[in-house]
Each structure stands twice: as structure tokens, then as C-alpha cells.
Design a protein around this ligand. Sequence first.
Ligand SMILES: [Zn+2]
Length: 349
Amino acid sequence: MKQIFVGLTALIVLSLACSQGAPVVVKTAPVETAAATTTAPPINNETGKAVLLFTIGMHIEPQGETAQGYGGEKADYHEPVFFDKHVNDILTVTQMVEAHGGRMTIQAQSPFTTVAIESGNTILADLASRGHEMALHFHEDAHLGKNDETLSVQQWCDVMKQEISFIKQASGVADIRYWSGGNLYPDVFAAGACAGLDVNSDWKNPKTQGFDLSLVGVNPWRPAGGTNGMDFTLMTQSDPHGAVVFLPEGQYDRTDSAASDRSQIAGGDEAYFEYLKESLYASLEASQAGKVNVFHFTIHPGEFRGDPKHPFAVIEKFLTEVVDPLIVSGDVQWATFSQMADAYIATEK
Ligand SMILES: [Zn+2]
């Protein structure tokens, strides 16, 4: 770790301490992924130095009326122009990530999935065949209605399964393991497990867009339970028998929504990616040999509008200037969310 931080300090003039724990050699089993055709490299930290697993997640939002009949105002995936625009955004950014050797975890829900099925659009199948992970992004109110918190685990499970079935149908992927969303439902892990899911992340309060510092870190765990957004006791408690592996997002230090806001008020895309860079370096610093260390951030189609001709140029710049050198030095390794979880599961044995 020391060498890399010497390099980093020279690069970015940040003073970073390094963890000096004795290196522990961990044998990590080759990772099985949901997409059989994945081309991502197996996770390997046999060298005894800390490795930070990294990817970019994509949330596809419930734009338009969902399969369950909720929502439907404003932008709508049932409008072909809008749907195609987002399809193109997703293709642009996934190809960009692929060019840097990475694969993403694409998190979809209706009506994007149902429109893809009905219109014969193969984007999710194409992405799956190129090794990207297919997963569920579950906006509870868009699929369960406003009183979602009063519904039973079985009701959640049934609708999650329905949403998963659309992803399977649109992508041809048989095994969907990861989801984001449902964050204020204390039984969300039970519901997810019931629906066949075993990996979760991206906790934030959907009402305030804030997140909680108790969830900051780089090491996954199995939560003993969910949260109502105020009490994180069970969420942060590790239960070896927990059904779901929770992936923290990394060593982020701001809880305000402004920190993750890409708006001009918050400094725009440049400031946001500067914050991501600092958080990635802090996550490297927090990474330990012998442990599974993870870091990711989330993007959405239609985001990053700074330059309309090159809306994702900030990502290209980030991958080229920040991520690529760390991949070359072996400090960072690409991994989808399920690959991160499998690396963690391998250390539990
Ligand atoms: Zn969302």
C-alpha cells in the first residue's frame, strides 16, 4: 500500500496515511457470475496486498406508469424518443466502461423493462451477453403504492418477483441476485431474500436523499435486519446467518444530498467527480489486505448534461485519470456487485 500512496501523493498532492497491518494472504475462489458469458477477470488478491473492488452501478428509474399501474407523470419510457435516448445513454456509458476493462451492474425496473420486452429492444440482453450484471432497482412506491411500508413481506416479495421476471425476460439472464431500493422498509432483506435476491447496496433515504455515516466503509457484511431510516442498529449489526450481503459504497464522508448532487448548485459534474476521486482514495486508504474491500458510485441515464455532445465525458476523464492507473498498479480491480459479494462469501468459508 505504501508504494501506491507515494504515487498518489505525487499525483494529487493529498497527504494520505497508509494502513500498516501485516499482509494476510487470502485465497479467493474464482467468482461465478450471474451472466454466464461474463468476461470480467476473476477476483484475485493472493498477492497479499489490499485490493479495492470497483464498479459503477446504474439505476434505471421508473419513468412512466409501472407494470403495477403507479406513477406516470413527466418523462415516460412509453415515449419511444425518450426510451431511445436513455437506451443510447446506457450504451454510451457501458461501452466507455468496457473500453477501460470494466463491467457494470445495471439495475432496471418497469416500465423500462416492460417497454423493452414489448418493443423487442434487446439492450438488456446485449449488455448481459457482454458481461454486465443485470439487477433490480426497486422504487417501492412505484411498484407497491404510497403505503408500501404497511404491506407484508409476502406482498413485497411477490411484486419484487414480478419485477425480476421482467428483467429476466428482457435480458435472458436466469439468475438475478442484486437489488437496490426499498430502503425504509425494515423487512426489506427478508423480502429480497424471499424474491431470490442476496446482494444489496446503495442505501439512502428516499425522502431526504441523505445517507447514514454508520453505513460508510469498504468491507461488506450481512446485516441482522433493515432500518426505518432512523434506527440503524440491526442494519449495521453483522449476522453470519443473514440472508443478504450488504456492500457499502465506500469511504464517503458526506451525508448531505448536496455532496452527491450533480447540480450546478453543488458545483456541477466536475465538483462531483472531484468528490468521487477523494472518496476513492480514502477507500484505498481504508482497504486492508486479507479483506474484501469495495467501492462504487451510481449513475443514471440522462445524467451529466454539462456538454450535451459528450454527456459522459466526465466519466471518461475519471476512468482515464483516476481509475486506470490504479488498475495497472493492481490496487483496484473491476468487479460487478455479485462478484464483490462472491469474493466476500469466499472469505466467510
Ligand atoms: Zn432510483
